[in-house]
Design a protein around this ligand. Structure first.
Ligand code: GH3
Ligand code: MG
Ligand code: MG
Length: 636
């Protein structure tokens, strides 16, 4: 639309320009003609005057005139005749209309007579002795009689000139009128093709802009987010209803003028906010919390969690920032609830088994990295089935809740309690060795024993404690603590038993290190299972009557290795690991060698020890440390 208009405007401008240029050229031309014509009229007028002067000079040159005056008139007459002839030549050289041309032809005889007679008088007067007086007199009479005639004819010529000039001017007037009409026509045309459409376009553009502006403003006010528009210096230009609501909620007057006043009520450092809304106009997002005004009626949340995003732009021609506050209080609460649902036990509010696995992995890693001890307690309520049977399930539940409270009250802040099953709890004791663990368990045991339930009365629990050995997995640690608990149950319950902390002197074990984790859950699980299966075999005597069971377990281990290799290969292919082919080949080679050694054992060509060592050293540990670790970094 606007493009079309621009084209039209260019065309109109061109037409108008062409019109004014041609008009100007014509005017200049006509003015030239006008100047020429007036100079001709002047000349003709002057000729008329000169003819009169000739007549006057001739009249004065009487034969009896005294010598001085005669000389004067002779000079005068000679000069006048000279000018007259010069002007006559000029007049004749001009272009004339046919009428004037004809008139000149008519006057030429009279004029010649005038000039010839004047020349005769001059020559007689200049040389008194030459020529006859009769000629002089005749010439004088001719001039005096011709002059009238010449004057009349000259008047007629001047009149003709003037008539022609008037005609020409009449044409100028007509042309002027035509130009005026054309000018009006052009203006009408330009109005039709340019001004009217332009007016319509500008009007619709204005209306559209106004409508957009109104809609934006409406949108600004009905937005569910709190919006503040500030200038570069942080002065508030305007804000919407939600923003006003926010100000009220946090106890600020609605006439605050600087945005700093708002942020001073937030949990965030002012400099952090300045960075976000700073002078360079960077845009970004931050999370901030506001403390709700104490006596604010709406809702009961004390903290208002907000997400702030900043956008740069202009407002009324000034560089501005739009601060968009999005209320995430509900979202935050939902997130917290969801997290708590996933990691907490509904009945007691303690962490659950799922969360224990996350926590214990981190604790094990920390204990290894900083070389600090780590212990766990497993406790199980004594004869809980009996409590349920006697008082019913709801009372049993109450006992579980009371136990949770007692445990939480008896342990340190750094420790965490988990309900891992019905009436079974685990306490993870960070930075604690077996003695500390024993102490903590004893405290908890006493606390439970003392916490008399209003219906059930006294009830007790049995405890197993274990300190983690170097390189020990959670499973093994748990197993040892569970064995200690089993011992406690067998030693009459309501007591604490500690797991053996020393490794059995004869036993040798492969210790899993958390740094060997790949990050891929299944691979890590399979690797740990390989270690466990290997450890189960490693200290067994494989001669004698147990050989058959041993071979069975060995075959299971080899099968597990094969399954694990296949899974690992599928992961490598999925992530397009660049050395995937090479790694596949190593797997195939290891399996081939393992099967070959297995056949040799079968045929009793080699000892079982060689096969076991090959599996442990080459396949499980060697391959993991040499080749597997190379592709772990590619797993995301
Ligand atoms: P012991 O001293 O050998 O541990 O004896 P026990 O009766 O405590 O052992 P057992 O494991 O046989 O019984 C555990 C009982 O705990 C069985 C089950 O009904 C009960 N139980 C498991 N979960 C809940 C629960 O959430 N609420 C209640 N009230 N009881 C539960
Ligand atoms: Mg139990
Ligand atoms: Mg029990």
């Amino acid at each position: 639309m606007y493009k079309k208009l621009e084209k039209r405007m260019a065309i109109a401008a061109f037409i108008l320009l062409a019109f004014f240029v041609s008009r100007q050229m014509l005017t200049v031309n006509i003015m030239g003609d006008y100047a020429e014509m007036s100079s001709i009229i002047n000349l003709a007028g002057s000729q008329r005057m000169l003819s009169q002067k000739i007549a006057k000079d001739v009249a004065m040159l009487r034969p009896d005139i005294d010598i001085d005056r005669r000389d004067h008139y002779i000079v005068e007459l000679a000069r006048t005749v000279e000018i007259f002839t010069e002007q006559d030549a000029l007049l004749l050289s001009e272009d004339h209309s046919a009428v004037v041309e004809h008139m000149y032809e008519d006057i030429s005889e009279t004029k010649d007579k005038l000039i010839t007679s004047a020349m005769t008088i001059l020559s007689y007067s200049q040389n008194q002795d030459g020529g006859a007086i009769s000629e002089f007199n005749e010439a004088r009479i001719t001039i005096l009689t011709t002059e009238d005639n010449f004057l009349m004819q000259m008047d007629a010529i001047v009149d003709q000139y003037e008539w022609e000039a008037r005609e020409a001017f009449a044409w100028i007037g007509r042309i002027e009128n035509i130009f005026f009409a054309i000018q009006i026509g052009l203006l009408v045309l330009v109005s039709i093709i340019v001004f009217i459409p332009a007016h319509k376009t500008f009007k619709s553009m204005y209306e559209e802009a106004k409508e957009n502006n109104d809609n934006m403003l409406r949108l600004f006010h009905i937005m569910r987010n709190a919006l503040f528009l500030i200038d570069k210096e942080g002065n508030i230009q305007t804000y919407n209803k939600k923003a006003e609501n926010l100000l009220g909620k946090i106890g600020l007057d609605s006439d605050i003028s600087h945005i700093r006043d708002l942020f001073q009520k937030s949990s965030n450092d002012w400099t952090q906010v300045v960075e976000l809304i700073g002078p360079d106009g960077t845009s970004g997002m931050i999370r901030l919390d506001f403390n709700q005004k104490e006596d604010w009626e709406e809702g009961s949340d004390q903290i208002i969690a907000m997400e702030l995003s900043v956008t740069s732009g202009t407002y009324r021609g000034r560089e501005s920032r739009l601060l968009n506050f999005y209320d995430v209080t509900m979202q935050k609460k939902v997130e917290e609830t969801l997290t708590s649902l996933v990691i907490k036990d509904k009945l007691t509010g303690l962490y659950n088994r799922y969360h224990l696995e996350t926590v214990i992995d981190k604790e094990i890693e920390r204990s290894e990295r900083y070389d600090v001890p780590l212990s766990i307690i497993i406790l199980d309520l004594d004869h809980f089935k009996g409590i349920n049977d006697r008082w019913g399930h709801p009372v049993g539940d109450q006992v579980l809740i009371q136990t949770a409270e007692t445990l939480l009250a008896s342990i340190r802040k750094a420790d965490s309690v988990f309900r891992i099953g019905g009436e079974e709890f685990v306490v993870v004791l960070a930075h604690t060795n077996s003695e500390g663990g024993l102490q903590a368990a004893e405290n908890a045991r006493l606390a439970i024993e003392k916490s008399i339930h209003p219906i059930v009365g006294k009830y007790t629990a049995s405890f197993g404690v274990a300190e983690r050995r170097g390189g020990e997995t959670y499973r093994d640690l748990y197993q040892r603590a569970d064995q200690a608990l089993y011992k406690a149950k067998n030693s009459g319950r309501n007591c604490v038993q500690i797991a053996e902390n020393e490794s059995p002197p004869t036993s040798f074990a492969l210790h899993w290190k958390s740094s060997w984790n790949s990050g891929e859950a299944t691979i890590d699980d399979q690797h740990r299972t390989l270690f466990r299966l290997a450890n189960e075999l490693i200290n067994k005597h494989y001669d004698g009557p147990e050989k058959e069971t041993f071979m069975c377990q060995l075959d299971a281990l080899m099968q597990h290795i094969q399954d694990h290799f296949a899974y690992e290969e599928s992961v490598m292919d999925q992530i397009h690991y660049r050395d995937s082919v090479k790694h596949h080949k190593i797997h195939t080679e290891l399996i081939k060698r393992g099967n070959h050694l297995r056949t040799l054992v079968e045929n009793e060509e080699i000892t079982l020890q060689i096969l076991v060592h090959f599996l442990f050293d080459e396949v499980i540990v060697g391959h993991l440390l040499r080749e597997d670790v190379l592709f772990f970094p590619y797993i995301v």
